[in-house]
Structure formats: structure tokens, C-alpha cells
Ligand binder design. Structure first.
Ligand code: DAH
Length: 356
């Protein structure tokens, strides 16, 4: 019995994991283990021997069983200790700060424009950036060979050499959305159409892609007076002060009469100030929609008339936030974006203020 005890207690203390302990348990005190076999021999013993050996065997079984339990607990402690060492974490370390994104001035100004025009009852309409020759030009009363086509520095899409159809274009302005919106909704209608437009041009105030917002209101008695009021309301809300406007007679194929609109400004120490002084800054083109354009959009020009205008969004952003170079808008330079960007939670609303 002493041999058995030495053998199994030795094995238990040398076991390195729970699987080894389980093997030892089966060999020693399992149903067919050595201690059980010894217990079976009790039957063949004399009553005196049995009285002596029975308790001893039971005591041995208990001793091995508790050695197994103790070793198991010890192994678990070691495992836990190892985990605590390897998974150790200093919760007092300062957190790593993440770079914060910012809202691009074009997005910010677009949101401001939506907020203002929504308040005036205008919905937002959209159209594709790759546009057909018809929507970009013909439907807007710019037939082939019209000089205005040259002024636009158009990007043309590819056509197969034997394909006679006019190539699609990257839209040169948001005006084609006028036609699409009239087709989709008919009259009366009040929409703005913001989006990207493309022209082959590049310098401090021109990039090959830029942003415009088109405006259009059609009704039975819409007049130039409504146009003037809407634009003045817009400038007042957008710049936060009353801004005088000047309507200069101009020419666009899609409007008759046409006007370019200037806003009041002055230059003080090389700095532009909007809404004061006696200088003027041209900001948009506008006019009463040409009857041919209404017709192209499926609206009867004898019953309805409308005004339309087109503004450069990037240009408005430059004026309002004093940004000198348009090209930087699209360089994705993080320093520029941090400097001119807006906090993401400062959503412009008319009530909350358009921007800080
Ligand atoms: N589409 C013109 C441009 O890109 C801007 C414009 C002028 C739009 C007069 C209009 C308008 O709707 O009536 O230069």
C-alpha cells in the first residue's frame, strides 16, 4: 500500500496538466483502477485482515482523490496567473486620440443653400453628370453650332468612329436638370438642382469640376419680381446681412430676358466685404425661362412662365468664408481641410444659424 501511495502521489505532483491528472485518476481510483482492484481482494481476506485493510484502502483512496483535487486547483491557479500576465492591461494609459474628420466647405455651403431654399418652398431635384447632348444643349435652346457651345469648354464622351450620334457630354452646367424636373413633375414647380459640373479650364478661380446650384420656379404668374425677391431673401439668409443686388441685362440662350446678378461689396485693406460699400461682384446668371425651354420640358409657355438662375456653389463658399484659391478645394490637403472644414455636428439650419 505504501508503494501505491508513493506511486500515485508522486504522479499527481508531477502532472503538468488536467489531462494527465485525469489519466492518473482513472488508473488509481477509477472503477478499474488499482485501488479498486485492491478493494476487490478484501473479499478473499480473513475478517481480521479485512478490518485492518478496509479502512486503510479507503483512506488511501481519499488521500489520492484529495491530492488530485489540490493539484487540479494548483494547475488552474498557474493557468490563471499566466493569463493575467499575458493579458495585462494598463487601464490608466491615456486613450489614443483619433483624427477627426471635417465637413468640406462645399458640403457645408450646399447644406446652407438647401436649408434656405427649403424654407422658401423649393424641393431638391437631381440629374446625371454624364448628360446627353439634347439635355445639356438643344433642349436649353442651344442648337448645334450655337456659339454658346464653344464658351462651355465641354468634355465629350467617346463614341465609336462609325457612330453618327452626337456624343454624350459631362454636363457643363446644372441647367439640364430644369428640363428633367419639368418632365418629371410638370407645372407649377419650384426646385433647386445642386451638383457637379465640368468644364475644361484650370486656374485660380477655375477647376475642371466644380459645383453649381440651379434654381427654377414655374407658375401661372411668376415674374422677374419674384426672382429678385427670392434671390435677395437668399443672399440675406446666406450672408447673414441685407445685401443689395444689381440686375444687369445679359444674354443666355435659355432665358429671355436674361440678367446677371451682382451683389454689393467693398474691398477694405485687400479684404472683400459683402453687403457694404459701393462695389459690385457678379455672382450668378438668371432670367425668365425661354418659351422654347418650357416647351422642351413639356410645359405650355402660353399658360405658364418661370424664372431660373444658376449659381456657383464653390464661388459662394469662397466669398462667404474668405477662401482665396478654388484649386485647393479639390486637393484633399488635410491641412486645408482642417483649416476650412466644419465640425460634423454643426448642421446648418435656419433656426440654429447657418454657420459659426
Ligand atoms: N447655366 C448657366 C451657366 O452655367 C448659368 C445660368 C444662367 C443658369 C442663367 C440659369 C440661368 O438657369 O437662367 O453659366
Amino acid at each position: 500500500m505504501d508503494d501505491l501511495r508513493d506511486k500515485y502521489l508522486g504522479a499527481v505532483s508531477g502532472a503538468s496538466d488536467e489531462a494527465a491528472l485525469e489519466d492518473i485518476r482513472l488508473q488509481a481510483v477509477g472503477k478499474k483502477g488499482e485501488v479498486a482492484l485492491k478493494m476487490r481482494e478484501l473479499g478473499k481476506m480473513t475478517p481480521e485482515e479485512r478490518k485492518l485493510m478496509g479502512p486503510k484502502l479507503n483512506a488511501l483512496k481519499d488521500e489520492i482523490t484529495s491530492a488530485l483535487a489540490a493539484k487540479k486547483a494548483a494547475l488552474e491557479d498557474v493557468a490563471l496567473e499566466e493569463r493575467l500576465q499575458s493579458e495585462w492591461l494598463d487601464v490608466t494609459l491615456p486613450g489614443r486620440s483619433r483624427g477627426k474628420g471635417s465637413i468640406h466647405p462645399v458640403s457645408q455651403v450646399s447644406e446652407e443653400i438647401y436649408a434656405i431654399f427649403a424654407d422658401l418652398g423649393f424641393a431638391v431635384a437631381e440629374g446625371p453628370q454624364v448628360e446627353s447632348d439634347w439635355y445639356n444643349f438643344d433642349s436649353l435652346n442651344i442648337p448645334p453650332h450655337h456659339p454658346a457651345r464653344q464658351e462651355f469648354d465641354t468634355f465629350y464622351m467617346h463614341r465609336a468612329a462609325d457612330d453618327e450620334r452626337a456624343p454624350h457630354v459631362l454636363r457643363t452646367h446644372t441647367s439640364p436638370v430644369q428640363i428633367r424636373a419639368m418632365e418629371a413633375q410638370g407645372a407649377p414647380i419650384r426646385v433647386i438642382a445642386p451638383g457637379r459640373v465640368y468644364r475644361c479650364d484650370y486656374d485660380q478661380t477655375h477647376t475642371p469640376m466644380f459645383h453649381q446650384v440651379e434654381g427654377m420656379a414655374i407658375g401661372k404668374d411668376i415674374s422677374m419680381a419674384n426672382l429678385k425677391w427670392v434671390l435677395e431673401e437668399f443672399f440675406h439668409a446666406f450672408f447673414g446681412i441685407k445685401v443689395k443686388t444689381r440686375f444687369r441685362a445679359s444674354h443666355f440662350p435659355f432665358t429671355e430676358p436674361s440678367a446677371e446678378v451682382d451683389i454689393q461689396c467693398s474691398w477694405v485693406d485687400g479684404q472683400l466685404r459683402i453687403g457694404e460699400g459701393d462695389g459690385w461682384m457678379e455672382v450668378l446668371g438668371s432670367g425668365m425661362m425661354h418659351p422654347k425651354v418650357l416647351k422642351a420640358g413639356g410645359i405650355d409657355p402660353d399658360q405658364y412662365q418661370g424664372f431660373a438662375f444658376g449659381i456657383g456653389i464653390d464661388r459662394l463658399a469662397m466669398l462667404k468664408y474668405g477662401i482665396p484659391d478654388l484649386r485647393a478645394f479639390f486637393d484633399s490637403d488635410l491641412r486645408w481641410l482642417r483649416h476650412y472644414g466644419f465640425a460634423s455636428l454643426d448642421m446648418p439650419t435656419l433656426h440654429g444659424g447657418l454657420s459659426k
